[in-house]
Design a protein. Structure first.
Length: 149
């Protein structure tokens, strides 16, 4: 009986430890997309921990179809930087697509740098809703002309 108890404890501990380092820079994830963006993926750009918010995961999102009146095609296909809580990301991702270890590009880091300045001043926050809801919310702002870089 003691052996079964020991095995059960090891099994439970392996599950509690597995999530600890689930995300890392350069990972590409499939997520619960909007119906028109089934091939969209997100990429982990940076991971930080803040006392006020907990873990913040910075992502980019590709293969989107966002209405954007300012775009020549009428659509945007990419968000270069989105700061999101780990809990919201957990509710969004489905499967790990790839683990490239690729570092963020300059556009993504520009978005992060802008966010970080505003966050440090108390003028920016993080998203705590699922990725598909973030995309829909941002699309509404872009179409309404409320979006500012």
């Amino acid at each position: 009986m003691k052996l079964y108890t020991f095995i059960a404890i090891l099994f439970l501990l392996s599950f509690s430890c597995a999530k600890k380092d689930q995300y890392s820079v350069g990972q590409q994830w499939n997520y619960k997309t909007r119906p028109t963006e089934k091939s969209s993926t997100l990429t982990i750009l940076k991971i930080e921990e803040y006392p006020e918010t907990g873990k913040v995961i910075h992502i980019s999102i590709s293969s989107l179809k966002i209405k954007n009146p300012a775009s020549p095609t009428g659509f945007a296909e990419y968000f270069s930087h989105i700061p999101i809580s780990e809990e919201a990301l957990d509710k969004s991702v489905t499967t790990l697509k790839s683990e490239t270890g690729k570092k963020p590009d300059s556009l993504e880091m520009d978005g992060y740098s802008y966010w970080k300045r505003e966050f440090d001043k108390g003028d920016a926050g993080i998203f705590t809703i699922p990725v598909s809801e973030i995309i829909s919310s941002m699309e509404k702002s872009i179409v309404a002309g409320d979006y500012k870089k």
